[in-house]
Design a protein. Structure first.
Length: 203
């Protein structure tokens, strides 16, 4: 997000963000966002106070909808696009649900209502295997070898993954791919990235 340097109240955006972190990221029971972001858009209330989220079934409660097949997500039209998110909360909630936990907080209840069973189970698998997942944290400029070989190496990796997933290649093909990746430029890229990190760390 960019803030105009000539703005009279540059802190307003941060105050808005802090408000969303305090109230939207993990809403509490009885809080302003307990049921959703904006009544009549991502939720509505019946006369008895029951919360509903089905514009097709309750068209009178969602008067501004042209397409009644799904809910509008007004949070995506906020200044910060997706409101505010607590790191790890989504994964923790999905894992709790996958292990048979009962959704209790507004966030957990909302997540359980919209996520498919296979999504929830997939998160459990991801967390169980997080120690073997290696993320690429490199955010520096393209190295010399990356400029000439990065696309080829990416293609090699993705094709191998696809073939293994669809049963066209045995799991052992992964080790073959790693060996080919290393000798086709991967080792040079790894060295260049490490050299860049050492250089940047000294600044």
């Amino acid at each position: 997000m960019l803030i105009n340097k000539d703005s009279k109240h540059q802190e307003a955006l941060l105050r808005n963000y802090n408000f969303l972190f305090d109230n939207w990221a993990n809403p509490q029971k009885g809080g302003i966002f307990e049921n959703g972001f904006a009544e009549g858009y991502d939720y509505a209330k019946q006369a008895d106070g029951t919360v509903v989220k089905d514009p097709a079934k309750y068209p009178d409660l969602f008067p501004g909808y042209g397409d009644r097949t799904h809910l509008v997500e007004p949070i995506y039209y906020s200044l910060t696009f997706d409101g505010a998110r607590e790191p790890g909360l989504y994964a923790e909630t999905m894992n709790k649900l996958a292990n048979g936990g009962t959704p209790e907080t507004p966030y957990e209840i909302a997540t359980a209502a919209v996520r498919k069973p296979e999504n929830i189970e997939a998160m459990k698998i991801v967390l169980e295997q997080k120690d073997i997942r290696m993320k690429n944290y490199f955010q520096g400029p393209l190295t010399e070898t990356m400029k000439s070989k990065n696309e080829l190496l990416k293609k090699l990796v993705l094709q191998t993954y696809s073939k293994i997933i669809y049963g066209q290649s045995p799991i052992e093909e992964f080790d073959t791919m790693v060996a080919n990746w290393k000798k086709s430029g991967g080792d040079e890229i790894t060295k260049e990235v490490n050299d860049w990190y050492i250089s940047a760390s000294k600044k």
